[in-house]
Ligand binder design. Structure first.
Ligand code: PLP
Length: 484
């Protein structure tokens, strides 16, 4: 008899259904659990919402949004969720939107829109540029890479971590086609000065995208609760598009975001049509062809199930937990919050203590936090994404944070020999020389079979000390190893 857990995935003979599912469930044994102790990756609002999402997801599994004339349900679900999203962000008459597969796809399409809109309306521009705050999400760099738009980095204020309007103004050129601001930024949870950035864009015939991937859904509920915040939605003149992930704080399963455009001619620049082949003609609103509406169906169902009241209640829980944490950190020696978060995204840094050792200590106590490297004006820090499930555990987390700070060692530099070795190794690949011995490198860092060692402070210190270019090379190596 073969053990279903160790049987090959694809054998000559099929297995009984029960065995298949047992093996499938076993695959998830070591995954991050949604138990309220994870401050990253999960957007957990509890069992009941998971059930609603799961039922809807299964029910919509067979719908193919490739052709909304064959599947009218795809069109109805999309139109209704987009309409609700437009209303949520106070869009004017004539605004429209598209459901996408995630934040990255929404961002890619916002950049494609800007490029193709400029090609049509400002054809003299042959080397388009976008102004992107250094706190802007990595997906904008990816979009720039894919679509041939140059990123011009905008400085951020070292205290507030908000984009500097002065620097953006100084860096604007006749080639600028797009200005980006975040509401809020992932790392520090702060809203950029959207009003000023959008005015700058408008005065210079540029489009303005607000990256509301993580914040645009939850922030309006916080506003309704009386939490003061910068304006960032369509009521701000000059804002031409906003991205908003429904698979984050709207609690849909992964695979659902929305890109909203102020006008239809902007969305036309987002679309792609092709009739130049011998098969069916296409017009795609997103980067995908055949696509699932399962996650969209779940978002649609959650909107109905929770209503505005339900979402507002969840926003309140998260905001209270965020304030509780920020207040507690204020009274801790050596630990501080970077900037002043506008929502439940918190960056914690130390003045003297070793932040990566702190992350290890928290891991030992069963918390999942996100160690993050220094970049620009942002120091190395621990990032926390707070969801409703975390709220109930905030008291316990603060207690453990205090315990871990007690006796925390001073900040450590990585062994410089290791950093130099990495820089040198990675440089050789640039010259088309010998491949970096990836396996040996992983070995050096204590990474075994793709698993980080229990204590990963050393790895983080090394990567933090390396240049961003070397970090990128290392990540490619690491992921390549995982999938080999
Ligand atoms: C999550 C996020 C993105 C990218 O979204 P994915 O859904 O992970 O592709 C973009 N911008 C911000 C601010 C985000 O938080």
């Amino acid at each position: 008899m073969t053990d279903s857990n160790t049987a090959p995935a694809f054998a000559e003979k099929g297995q009984p259904k029960d065995d298949v599912f047992k093996a499938l469930m076993a695959c998830k044994d070591d995954d991050l659990s949604s138990d309220g102790r994870a401050f990253a990756f999960t957007y957990d609002a509890g069992e009941e919402l998971r059930d609603v999402a799961q039922q809807a997801f299964t029910a919509c599994m067979g719908i193919n949004a490739l052709d909304p004339t064959v599947y009218p349900s795809a069109r109805r679900l999309e139109n209704e969720v987009v309409a609700a999203s437009l209303q949520h962000l106070r869009a004017p008459e004539g605004a429209c939107g598209t459901i996408t597969a995630g934040g990255t796809e929404s961002v890619l399409l916002a950049v494609k829109t800007a490029r193709d809109y400029a090609r049509k309306n400002r054809p003299e521009i042959t080397a388009p540029e976008m102004l992107l705050p250094e706190t802007g999400h990595a997906s904008f760099h990816k979009a720039a890479h894919y679509y041939g738009v140059k990123v011009v980095a905008v400085d951020c204020h070292p205290e507030t971590m908000k984009a500097s309007v002065e620097d953006a103004t100084a860096k604007l050129t006749p080639n600028t086609i797009l200005v980006v601001g975040s509401a809020a930024s992932y790392a520090h949870g702060v809203i950029d000065p959207i009003t000023e950035l959008a005015a700058l864009a408008q005065q210079n015939e540029c489009l303005m995208h607000v990256d509301g991937c993580i914040g645009a859904w939850v922030l309006p509920f916080q506003r309704e609760l009386g939490v003061a915040q910068e304006a960032f939605d369509f009521t701000v003149p000059g804002v031409t598009s906003i991205s908003m992930d429904l698979h984050k704080y709207a609690y849909a399963p992964k695979g659902c975001s929305v890109l909203l455009q102020r006008r239809r001619d902007l969305r036309d620049a987002q679309y792609y049509a092709c009739a130049k082949w011998s098969g069916y003609a296409i017009v795609n609103s997103t980067t995908l062809g055949s696509k699932s509406v399962a996650a969209l169906g779940a978002a649609w169902s959650l909107f109905r199930f929770l209503g505005r009241e339900g979402y507002r209640h969840l926003a309140k829980q998260m905001w209270e937990a965020t304030e509780q944490l920020c207040q507690a950190v204020e009274s801790m020696d050596d630990l501080r919050v970077i900037g002043k978060p506008d929502m439940g995204l918190v960056a914690l840094t130390t003045d003297e203590g070793d932040i990566f050792e702190l992350a290890d200590k928290l891991t030992e106590k069963g918390w999942h936090v996100q160690p993050t490297y220094k970049f620009g004006n942002s120091p190395a820090h621990i990032h926390l994404t707070i969801d409703p499930a975390n709220s109930a555990h905030m008291g316990a987390f603060i207690e453990d944070l205090n315990k871990c700070l007690d006796g925390l060692g001073a900040r450590q530099d990585p062994p410089s020999a290791v950093v130099m070795m990495l820089e040198a190794l990675v440089a050789t690949t640039d010259q088309g020389g010998e491949d970096v011995p990836a396996a040996a490198l992983m070995d050096q860092l204590g990474i075994e079979d793709g698993q980080l060692p229990q204590s990963s402070a050393l790895i983080h210190r090394v990567i933090n000390a390396a240049s961003p270019a070397v970090r990128e090379k290392l990540l490619v190596l690491f992921i390549g190893e995982l999938f080999s």
